[in-house]
Design a protein around this ligand. Structure first.
Ligand SMILES: [Zn+2]
Length: 66
């Protein structure tokens, strides 16, 4: 398995801050830990899989969105 950065054991996480959204590279041993964003210091939960597929908090329902 090859990562996009070309460095083995390193993968990217995205800052959850909607005003930041910076991608950062974290190492394999950081999995399951919380690392602060380099820009906005927002704690980023390092998961095993890239975000987007699971744990969707709220459904994008149209109409009742504030
Ligand atoms: Zn950030």
């Amino acid at each position: 398995m090859t990562s996009a950065s070309g460095v083995p054991g390193v993968f990217a996480v995205q800052c959850p801050n909607p005003k930041c959204r910076k991608y950062m590279l974290v190492e394999e041993h950081d999995r399951g830990m919380v690392v602060p964003c380099l820009l906005c210091k927002t704690p980023i939960r390092v998961g095993g899989a890239p975000s987007g597929s699971s744990s969707t908090g709220r459904a994008p329902s149209s109409g009742t969105a504030r």
